[in-house]
Design a protein around this ligand. Structure first.
Ligand SMILES: Nc1nc2c(c(=O)[nH]1)N[C@H]1C(S)=C(S)[C@@H](COP(=O)(O)O)O[C@H]1N2
Ligand SMILES: [Mo]
Length: 316
């Protein structure tokens, strides 16, 4: 059952996991404080790096959270793809400290009745909900991430799409002073992505504003990024400034960079290999062996109907 918890009670990831178990066991929160300090003494957090502020109120336990053990805060925030800052996954965190996330607006328009530019602080007031999702990069590694955010559908509904709208286009901020050049990164900026409208309004698709109950770290796409858990990670565009509804399939950065390697759909599919490597298995960060990759990244029951009748080898 969903419940409101003030995330200000959360001090670190160990405490967080500890508390989740208490919640599951149904033990009153009042007994937690004493337990917490002992737990922290024996399991200190791995890093003293400053963490982003906590999100005010988060509703726990969204869909698909059952049985998934999240990766650690350290793993999620130190192994990143964010080409505007670096093409080295371990270098992104430090470089992305330069990202300026206030003031920040997200323009929502195109084929809609009521176009609107939202201030980020307005979006942070949408009901924030935790969703623990598998996340699968096209490079055959994966993580489990406790995102916080809200369904993209909520934002799209609020601007009233025209009946003729079929797709949604997204754009990342490009700040040439603080980000590297397209030439250095090897892909065009601003980074752009797209979804079909039915994919965009699917209940699993969220705009994420944080993780582990805290506001989104810069390296993970502060202050707001898309998360589409049944698609390869590159569809989950970071640091969004523009969302446009359209009647045409929008261009996407990786498809433009290398169309034979990256299609528009990019649904996680163990049967369609990347031209240079297999997609049949993946390494969960923090584990040694490989796991088999699941069709639609494990979300087949929820999303397969979106693609009924489509040849997923052709529309890869
Ligand atoms: N703007 C932008 N968004 C992006 C990327 C990027 O380079 N720039 N990389 C993508 C890729 S390839 C992946 S796997 C995920 C990584 O998200 P994470 O660092 O939060 O795990 O972000 C995606 N979104
Ligand atoms: Mo990726």
């Amino acid at each position: 059952m969903p419940e409101k918890i003030k995330t200000s009670e959360i001090t670190d990831e160990a405490t967080y996991l500890n508390r989740r178990n208490f919640i599951k066991a149904g033990i009153a929160a009042g007994s937690l404080a004493a337990t917490t300090s002992a737990f922290r003494f024996f399991s200190p957090a791995g890093s003293n790096a400053p963490q982003p502020p906590e999100l005010a109120e988060v509703k726990r336990s969204g869909p698909s959270s059952d049985g998934l053990t999240p990766n650690t805060w350290e793993e999620i925030t130190n192994y990143n793809n964010y080409y505007e800052f670096s093409t080295s996954k371990s270098a992104v965190a430090a470089k992305a400290e330069a990202l300026v996330t206030r003031p920040w607006t997200v323009e929502v328009g195109g084929m809609v009745q009521k176009p609107k530019t939202f201030d980020i602080d307005e979006l942070l007031k949408f009901d924030q909900e935790e969703r623990i999702y598998r996340f699968r990069c096209v490079e055959a590694w994966s993580m489990v991430i406790p995102w916080v955010g809200f369904p993209l559908k909520k934002l799209i509904d609020s601007v009233e799409p025209l009946g003729s709208a079929r797709y949604v286009a997204f754009q990342t901020k490009y700040d040439p002073i603080r980000m590297q050049s397209s030439f250095s990164a090897g892909i065009d900026f601003p980074y752009v992505e797209g979804l079909r409208l039915d994919e965009a309004i699917h209940p699993l698709t969220i705009l994420a504003t944080g993780l582990y109950g805290k506001q989104m770290p810069n390296q993970n796409g502060a202050p707001i990024r898309l998360v589409v858990p049944w698609k390869y990670g590159f569809k989950s565009i970071k640091s969004i400034v523009k969302i446009m509804l359209t009647d045409r399939e929008p261009p996407t950065t990786w498809n433009q960079a290398s169309p034979e390697e990256y299609g528009f759909y990019s649904n996680v599919n163990p049967d369609v290999k990347h031209p240079r490597w297999s997609q049949a298995s993946e390494r969960r960060i923090g584990e040694i062996g490989m796991r088999p990759t699941m069709p639609f990244n494990g979300y087949v029951d929820e999303v397969a109907s979106l693609y009924s009748g489509m040849d997923l080898k052709k529309y890869f």
